[in-house]
Design a protein around this ligand. Structure first.
Ligand code: C5P
Length: 310
């Protein structure tokens, strides 16, 4: 994924960044036979990240410690990624994963999924595994619908249940350069948000198509196409999200959208000073707010292309 990485001691440990994402659009096309929903969504990594430090353990133990102790559990997706990779390859060495958490959890920003993708890529390197891009994508998809996207990072169209990733060239509009994120003080379970959808929330994918076409023509998409089919239900069910949305608009946000299944809301501005004023106003009101911008994989990034065997 879009992550910086660095060896601490060659071959025995490494540190990687796991970036968050926002959804610029999210069309829910309908419910599938397997209980998932068919999606067409445009995702983009942003410069808000967790850091994973991985240290090889010759004793075979796989262990995760997190700066938020409530996340140091067996269900942590980064730990599950490590266990899955071992089961898939028969690798017997272990790893200590130290996870410095900055991305809010269960927030619609893909933090857990990004940690899992970062763990898959970093461990493939650390354990010197030979895995094809297809194998890594399949392992990622089995961990969660958003995990494959984070093996690429940057800007991408994601379809299927989210796991079919088409990377797009970096063409984020200048009008949306500075992102202000507001994270209401609640957590939202993705399954519950999808479960509460009605047929009225479904769309035919035309918002996502229009956004992709605009981005590729280096045009700002129409705001009417920055659509998220999960937003209506979340605003209705969670008063804190509706209050946060009103606060953003009141403070001068030009528009507000939900990221993924929420509860995080975002707006975007071309001008940094304006974005900073908006961020400050909301911070002074006691909201958890972030001022950030998009991020793309760099030459030093650990990505699917640099890690997968050919
Ligand atoms: O794939 P992931 O485990 O992240 O999904 C969490 C839950 O969100 C799923 O169990 C499902 O209820 C819902 N979901 C969905 N359609 C998708 C992705 C997720 O209904 N495309």
């Amino acid at each position: 994924m879009a992550m910086q990485w660095q060896w601490l001691q060659p071959g025995s440990s490494c540190t990687v960044r796991a970036y968050a994402k926002i959804n610029l659009t999210l069309d829910v096309l309908g419910r599938r036979g397997d209980g998932y929903h068919a999606l067409a969504t445009v995702m983009q990594t942003i410069d808000l990240y967790d850091t994973l430090s991985l240290t090889l353990r010759e004793d075979g133990l796989v262990h995760l410690v997190c700066t938020q102790p409530e996340l140091s559990t067996e269900t942590n997706l980064a730990l599950r990624a490590a266990m899955l990779l071992r089961a898939h390859t028969g690798e017997r060495r272990g790893v200590l994963i130290e996870l410095q958490k900055r991305i809010p959890s269960a927030a619609g920003l893909g933090g857990g999924s990004s940690d899992a993708a970062a763990a898959l890529l970093a461990l493939t390197r650390l354990w010197q595994l030979r895995l094809t891009a297809t194998e890594l994508m399949e392992l990622a998809a089995s961990l969660g619908s958003d995990v494959p996207f984070f093996l690429y990072g940057g800007l991408a169209l994601c379809e299927g249940r989210g796991e079919l990733v088409t990377p797009l060239p970096p063409c984020w509009p200048a009008e949306l350069r500075w992102l202000v994120l507001l994270k209401p003080a609640i957590s939202v379970a993705t399954a519950g948000v999808f479960g509460a959808l009605t047929a009225h929330d479904y769309s035919d994918g035309s918002h996502t198509q229009a956004v992709c076409a605009a981005l590729q023509a280096q045009r700002m998409p129409a705001l009417s196409h920055l659509h998220n089919g999960l937003e209506r239900g979340v605003l209705e069910r969670y008063a804190e999200v509706a209050v946060g949305r009103a606060a953003l608009l009141e403070a001068g946000a030009p528009f507000v959208r939900l990221s993924g299944s929420g509860p995080t809301l975002f707006t975007a501005l071309a001008d940094l000073e304006e974005a900073h004023r908006l961020w400050l106003r909301l911070q002074e009101q006691g909201y958890e707010v972030y001022l950030t911008q998009v991020v793309y994989p760099s030459a030093e990034s650990l990505t699917l292309a640099s890690v997968a065997a050919h």
